[in-house]
Write a protein that binds this ligand. Structure first.
Ligand SMILES: Nc1ncnc2c1ncn2[C@@H]1O[C@H](COP(=O)(O)OP(=O)(O)OP(=O)(O)O)[C@@H](O)[C@H]1O
Length: 351
């Protein structure tokens, strides 16, 4: 795994100082005050204030204050319907809030359309991948480049200049395809890829924009266990290369293994945040996920087993139903099985 070094200034942003930080081993505190909903971070890349979105009478998102730490991997977790995807949609310009402000690297993104958000260095993927099935893998990759001058009318007039740019885009795309082990699929239609390969393609395509913040909406959903480790490694690599990652995930294996920081949403609000091991023990988190099953530690493998036993005797248990969410993933992991490739999930994405 490559380890990029940076030259951060006091706040951690790239600057003139010469001290280097390895993002993978940086142990400086993430928060500058005790971990709690809305706590300040040492070096936030994204700051959201009073962001709200209602659908009819439901407050889907009601985030008073949230900072996302730079150069870290943050997991956004919460039960089904907590507002995670809606919050992603708002932050990335795929939906408009009823109120609120948010800044990315100090620049307000309120009202900025999604394609400009991506150009500014903040990209996202979707729960249901949005790769173009009728285009080849390489064509999909080229679509991820942020400036498609080759598409413009002026192309005819400045063919040589744009031709050079097109070659750069293709070179960049080929490099990423190799990294994501999709180079052998270069000329295949995206529709022919497995669910996991489509996830990888979407992630690789997002990197065509040279982002500073990568937002992944349920990267593990529909991914075959054979590709799980590779996906985790790719996410870790993003961090080692200096990117910040924010991901929504129900898969607690992924959260426990790669997140530096966890933010918990329930009913639109941030109800807890902190390091993974601490958050999994937080009463608000346990309440949000488990209701009456308070006495289990989701951060420990034995905790999941204990929960499975409790739930098997519980008539109201959702395990085994379409609503099982986090519980099903955790228990499946214990069984050594994973979700089926391309499993159908009742989810919605941004338009
Ligand atoms: N376009 C929409 N129209 C009406 N209601 C919506 C719309 N999008 C989301 N909602 C509602 O907003 C709430 C939050 O949904 P959202 O999809 O953001 O939750 P989530 O935390 O991402 O859930 P999941 O983990 O199941 O994906 C839910 O009650 C949902 O039904």
């Amino acid at each position: 795994m490559s380890m990029a070094n940076a030259t951060p200034d006091e706040s951690g942003t790239a600057g003139a100082r010469t001290d280097t930080v390895d993002y993978m081993t940086d142990t400086r505190p993430i928060a500058s005050e005790p971990a709690a909903p809305g706590c300040r971070k040492r070096d936030p890349i994204l700051v959201a204030k009073n962001v709200t979105r209602a659908f009819g009478g439901i407050n889907a998102v009601d985030v008073e204050y949230l900072e996302i730490p730079r150069h870290k991997i943050t997991a956004l977790i919460g039960p089904n319907g907590a507002g995670k995807t809606t919050f992603f949609n708002l932050l990335t310009g795929f939906d408009q809030p009823n109120s609120g402000e948010w800044t990315f690297d100090g620049t307000s993104l309120h009202g900025v359309p999604s394609y400009k958000v991506a150009r500014m260095g903040m990209v996202r993927t979707f729960q249901l991948t949005k790769v173009m099935g009728k285009l080849t893998v390489i064509e999909n990759m080229r679509l991820g480049a942020t400036r498609q001058e080759g598409e413009k009318l002026s192309k005819a007039l400045f063919k040589n200049i744009w031709g050079g740019r097109e070659r750069d885009i293709t070179r960049h795309a080929d490099g990423l395809l190799e990294k994501f082990k999709l180079d052998a699929k270069r000329e295949d239609y995206a529709a022919s890829l497995s669910g996991g390969q489509r996830k990888l393609l979407e992630m690789a395509r997002a990197l065509m924009a040279d982002p500073r913040l990568v937002m992944l909406d349920e990267p593990m959903a529909g991914v075959n266990p054979a590709l799980t480790q590779s996906l985790l490694d790719h996410v870790r690599n993003l961090k080692s290369e200096g990117m910040t990652v924010l991901f929504v995930e129900h898969d607690m294996h992924m959260v426990r293994n790669i997140a530096d920081w966890v933010v918990v949403m329930a009913e639109g609000r941030i109800v807890a945040e902190g390091p993974p091991a601490e958050v999994m023990k937080d009463q608000a988190v346990i309440d949000a996920y488990l209701g009456a099953h308070h006495d289990v530690d989701l951060g420990a493998a034995e905790g999941i087993e204990a929960l499975e036993q409790q739930l098997s005797q519980d008539e109201e248990s959702v395990v085994g139903t379409a609503d099982e969410g986090i519980l099903g993933h955790a228990i499946t992991e214990q069984d050594g099985r994973g979700p089926d490739e391309d499993e159908g999930r009742d989810r919605k994405d941004a338009p």
